[in-house]
Design a protein around this ligand. Structure first.
Ligand code: NAI
Ligand code: MG
Length: 356
């Protein structure tokens, strides 16, 4: 099992270090190799995704990614910015399925602004298609008068588009994921107004016939946005397009209280995947030893489940995280009165102990 480890920038190195300790403690035959990515790679090699890093990622079964970016790179030309590394990896590895679980640990309900009974025990999985939709459809542009500036343009447009294979493959991913959970899929669309999403709905329905054991329903995106806040526990697996998924996954993230707790995965057709916390490099707290490593540790658990076929080890990690929260240990981002404040390394220590 080959794992490419790309810590990146800011808190990336601190949180990845804790995830590595946890993986090491499992005593499974992992081959882990680390490489530079993002701003760190730009500083050393003049590119955020050097060829050697890309090759390492391509040759691995999974990529464990920290975070990239820092304000100091904001003035660079777009292609050299740290965040381009993620886009480059997505594109080169063909990562088309983005998994964003929203889990609300009982112990953390206080950290959310929502009513405890709405979110306690929440465990949903949003699957966002990542390569199609209005973000990539052609043609796109603007009808402009003379110069090329938006301010002088009369009109701008993008194209919403999905092909049959694109919808089929993301639908399959969703049904397969549901089989490992409570066997329910909600497909989110806007079929009442958009051709693209009537098409989406029809294809998902077709694919659903191959999974008679999984219950499928459909929901309009505006209603889904409302239901996520009103009764989020109604959902299990939610599958949707690139743009709706972008918005709904951020909405779902906020149900759970802290961005420091949320893992994510992006998968390709051969179950090769990139696993990373949903948050960024947090330059405001980098180097202070206070970042929450749990999102990254939970991303490592997802990696075990979805790319490395080690369900048991994945559950072991997730159980250890729950134990640590039950012990009342909290990094500052999830701290509340009556709990014990710990730093990044102490949180790692506690997870290691809870694994045993
Ligand atoms: P951010 O997610 O890095 O930080 C937002 C806020 O959440 C900050 O106050 C930060 O301290 C806090 N936070 C984030 N992760 C945390 C953790 N594990 N523990 C405790 N607190 C945590 O988003 P922001 O500030 O918008 O972006 C900072 C940099 O990260 C930018 O350069 C941005 O482009 C990059 N970024 C990179 C991503 C990636 O690598 N996938 C994703 C999002 C942003
Ligand atoms: Mg977003």
């Amino acid at each position: 099992m080959k794992i490419a480890v790309l810590p990146g920038d800011g808190i990336g190195t601190e949180i990845i270090a804790q995830a590595i300790r946890v993986l090491d403690a499992l005593e499974l035959p992992f081959e882990m190799e680390t490489a530079l990515v993002g701003g760190a790679a730009y500083d050393a090699h003049g590119h955020p995704l050097p060829d050697a890093t890309l090759k390492l990622a391509k040759d691995a079964d999974a990529v464990l990614f920290g975070a990239v970016g820092d304000w100091k790179y904001d003035t660079l030309e777009r292609q050299f910015r740290p965040e381009q590394a993620i886009l480059g990896l997505r594109k080169n590895l063909g990562l088309f399925a983005n998994f964003r679980p929203a889990i609300c640990y009982e112990q953390l309900v206080d950290a959310s602004s929502l009513k405890p009974e709405l979110i306690a025990g929440l465990d949903i999985l949003i699957i966002r298609e990542l390569t199609g939709d209005i973000y990539f459809g052609q043609p796109r542009g603007r009808r402009t008068a003379v110069d090329g500036h938006f301010s002088g343009a009369e009109e701008a447009f993008d194209t919403m588009r999905y092909s049959r294979p694109e919808v089929e493959r993301i639908a399959r991913v969703a049904f397969e994921a549901a089989r490992k959970r409570s066997k329910r899929v909600t497909s989110v669309d806007k079929a009442n107004v958009l051709e693209t999403f009537q098409f989406w709905k029809d294809i998902v329905t077709e694919v659903g016939k191959e999974y008679p054991d999984v219950e499928l329903d459909h929901m309009y995106v505006d209603n889904a946005a409302m239901q996520l806040v009103k009764a989020p526990k109604k959902f299990d697996v939610v599958v949707t397009g690139n743009m709706f998924g972008d918005i709904l996954s951020d909405e779902a993230a906020m149900l759970t209280g802290s961005i420091g707790m949320l893992p994510s995965a992006s998968l390709n057709a051969s179950s090769q995947g990139l696993y990373e916390p949903s948050h960024g490099s947090a330059p405001d707290i980098a180097g202070k030893g206070v970042a929450n490593p749990l999102a990254t540790i939970l991303s490592a658990a997802m990696m075990l489940r979805y790319s490395l076929n080690q369900e048991e080890a994945a559950v072991r990690i997730e159980t250890a995280v729950k134990k640590v929260l039950a012990q009342g240990l909290r990094t500052p981002d999830i701290f509340s009165k009556g709990t014990t404040k710990v730093g990044t390394v102490e949180m790692g220590d506690a997870v290691l102990k809870a694994l045993a």
